[in-house]
Design a protein around this ligand. Sequence first.
Ligand code: OGA
Ligand code: MN
Length: 212
Amino acid sequence: MKPLIHPTEATYDYIADAIADKGYCVLPQLLHANMNNALQQRVMNLDEDDFKRAGIGREQDFQLNNTVRRDETRWLTLDNSIDKAYLDQMAEFRLAMNRRLFMGLFDYEAHYAHYARGAFYKKHVDAFKGESNRVLTTVLYLNPEWQEADGGQLFIYAADSDTVIESVNPNFGCFVIFLSEQFPHEVVKSYRDRYSIAGWFRLHDPLQAPLI
Ligand code: OGA
Ligand code: MN
């Protein structure tokens, strides 16, 4: 897939300012409609077998836990042209943030997520201070005509608190960015199939195997 109209420099300025000011940003739209459509077609056409039940923790610590999360995920890979188009856009996004915020973001990993009816993801943080190299979380939503009553909202909490500072409907094209270590968040129970792409910009971890 050819790169489409990119987010403008002004959009990147706006996002960088929001991250610097409050640590997160919710954009009703970021990418070109054709890109959102292609990603939606792709996720809808993935076979159920392509998805894996998501667990908690990495590698040796990995465990399935029905009470914490019920989504199913599939990593994006460069050998698929649509995945690659999205990963390329995020590479550009990464450079745009590095230029403005000097965050030293090094790479990006992302997976499609499917929340079947009844699925949720309890309050959690994506990275614990000092323990992970995930620094910036992104979520792109791929659900046309989402209604408030469909549930599945993303609640973003103020750091170390039970105060919900943002409730986001997973509307088609909506893009959310937040500092991974700072914001506990949760996906409330969804009453409809809910599709998204969650991704993480990471710092370079010299102890980790080289990235492919
Ligand atoms: C996650 C996550 C939020 C969402 O995958 O870690 O918090 O709204 N996703 O899908
Ligand atoms: Mn999360």
